[in-house]
Design a binder for this molecule. Structure first.
Ligand SMILES: [Zn+2]
Length: 290
């Protein structure tokens, strides 16, 4: 088993999961299921954005972390039925079903939500369900704001107000991840990670971009919490497929891009000696070269 915990991690980005996709950002339920089945078959184990960005990757030896992220809190992602559980054809319903068939495939994901999330189900019920079931709720601003167009106070208001709404919907939630609307950073970019407004402070361990390549290991010198790249979910022949998930997963599978492979020990960071310079200073005491 060749562990390499300084190699790349795919952070996949989803928007709507619907029968008739309206844009390249959407996938059909069938394609979404096929992508999850592929990930399970290829030894990926989902981790949340929070686990990834804080370097708490506790997955079995020989497996690879993947972060599943969902933007915009649409009904196609999570819809609860009359029994209070996700309906079969929403994204969470499909994820739970795939995980049932593949016991190592943890059903976890990160949802970057806006104000009034998950229409139809409602914020209290939907965010309450996510929180109770080990899914991560992240911030995507209250009004899906283009942060580069706002003054610093406006940026902090958008993020703080949404954090306040999230914790009102799902008390006890700790919001530590931020999905940048349109992938656009505020100025200065660090405002996506920390700030405060109207008595509410926020502190994020990672701010996520839109596109277009695998993310570095959280233990690597190249890891930058202010702009973590994501990969748009896409089929092999979709528009701009070279930046989409099918093609990147091919490259991670065939070794064109080296892929994070776990050593099975969450306290130790294993990597080939030739990668030693890539281990960030912060994690040096946990490093084990071989
Ligand atoms: Zn968005």
């Amino acid at each position: 088993m060749k562990a390499n915990e300084l190699a790349s991690v795919p952070v996949l980005m989803y928007h709507q999961v619907i029968k008739n996709p309206g844009s390249v950002y959407d996938r059909t339920p069938k394609d979404f299921r096929a992508e999850l089945e592929r990930l399970a078959r290829e030894g990926y184990v989902p981790v949340t954005a929070a686990e990834y960005s804080t370097g708490k990757l506790d997955i079995p030896a020989g497996t690879h972390p993947v972060v599943l992220t969902f933007d915009d809190s649409t009904a196609s992602q999570l819809k609860l039925g009359s029994d209070g559980e996700p309906v079969d054809d929403c994204a969470v319903g499909i994820l739970l079903d795939v995980a049932k068939k593949h016991p190592e495939f943890r059903p976890v994901a990160t949802f970057f939500v806006n104000g009034e999330p998950f229409s139809g189900t409602g914020g209290d019920k939907a965010l309450g369900w996510l929180h109770k079931n080990g899914f991560e709720i992240g911030n995507h601003t209250l009004n899906h704001a283009k942060l580069s167009g706002l003054p610093a106070a406006g940026v902090q208001r958008e993020i703080s107000a949404n954090q306040k709404a999230i914790t009102a919907h799902a008390p006890g939630t700790k919001v530590v991840s931020m999905g940048l609307p349109f992938g656009i950073q505020p100025d200065p970019a660090g405002l996506a990670l920390s700030g405060s407004s109207a008595g509410v402070s926020y502190k994020h361990h990672g701010a996520y971009l839109v596109g277009s390549n695998p993310a570095p290991s959280p233990y690597a010198t190249s890891f930058d919490p202010v702009g973590i790249p994501r990969i748009r979910s896409a089929g092999p022949d979709d528009e701009d497929a070279e930046f989409g998930s099918s093609r990147w997963l091919d490259k991670l599978a065939d070794g064109t891009v080296s892929r994070y492979t776990s050593d099975g020990d969450p306290d130790r960071i294993s990597y080939p000696k030739s990668s030693t310079a890539e281990l960030s200073k912060k994690h040096r005491d946990r490093g084990r070269a071989y």
